[in-house]
Design a protein around this ligand. Structure first.
Ligand code: ADP
Ligand code: MG
Length: 256
């Protein structure tokens, strides 16, 4: 049965999509069976996995609204060697349309139930908001991975996310926990990065992943080639770090 993880942080541009796509590709290289669900109407994870969001007949939108079966909508990322439940702009409408529906927070969870036995990991790339879409991600997941930049404002907004996760845990999904904070875009030459990084370690202890993802331009270049960074330049420091993170997650699920 797949373990299901949300990559979430309500801030934009903090590395959620880069983490979701590269963790998916990294896990695939470690022979894990992975489904990456794109829950952001921007469709960046879809594109980053090499799938043209403009060509899709159906997306996660139809799955959430009960118009299509997840098995008919998922596609395979040939480059990344994992499956994708793709998204495009249409998904923005789901936010409003789902409000009317029964079980509106658990529609993604119900969809995953049909395929969970085919995967080791299901990863969800969340949009930059604590919205009904993100809530569907949190209700479907066993755990949350929170990417953070080690900068002065990193912790700002974290308490909103943590409170939301606590509420979902208490009311909707008792399974849910924070798996960890992932330090991303790390620049070891910056004293501030070092300081924030050690502060995170002392406040959050083993809730901080051991792996640190460095700032690496190859990770930023890869999406324009429709490739995960891990595939685009496997020798780069960024790719290596995401493969290491994949190995850390493989170890981690053994105790879940
Ligand atoms: P989010 O999904 O949280 O909005 P993204 O993953 O799209 O964030 O990242 C925001 C921007 O930062 C993108 O342009 C991405 O390519 C870049 N980026 C993310 N992680 C790294 C990294 N480790 N090194 C360099 N650039 C990165
Ligand atoms: Mg994103």
């Amino acid at each position: 049965m797949a373990k299901i993880f949300c990559v979430a942080n309500q801030k934009g541009g903090v590395g959620k999509t880069t983490t979701a796509v590269n963790l998916a590709a990294g896990l695939a290289q470690l022979n894990q069976r992975v489904l990456l669900a794109d829950l952001d109407p921007q469709g960046n994870a879809t594109m980053g996995a090499g799938i043209n969001k403009a060509d899709l007949k159906a997306t996660i939108y139809q799955v959430l609204l009960g118009m299509s079966d997840i098995k008919g909508v998922r596609v395979t990322s040939e480059t990344g060697k994992f499956d994708v439940l793709p998204a495009n702009r249409e998904l923005a409408g789901a936010e409003v349309e789902m409000v009317e529906l029964e079980n509106r927070e658990k529609r993604l969870k119900d969809a995953f139930a049909l395929v969970a036995d085919e995967y080791d990991f299901i990863l969800i790339d969340c949009p930059p908001a604590l919205s009904l879409l993100t809530l569907n991600g949190l209700c479907a997941a066993n755990g949350v991975i929170i990417p953070m930049q080690c900068e002065y404002y990193a912790l700002e907004g974290l308490s909103d996310l943590v409170n939301t996760i606590k509420k979902v845990h208490a009311n909707l999904n008792p399974d849910l926990k924070i798996i960890g904070l992932l330090r991303v875009m790390f620049d070891p030459r910056m004293t501030l990065s070092q300081q924030v990084s050690s502060e995170l370690e002392s406040h959050f202890g083993d809730k901080v992943f051991k792996t640190v993802i460095p700032r690496n331009v190859r990770l930023a270049e890869a999406p324009s080639y429709g490739l995960p960074g891990v595939v685009f330049d496997p020798a780069s420091k960024g790719a290596q770090a995401y493969i290491e993170f994949g190995a850390e997650m493989v170890e981690r699920i053994k105790t879940m």
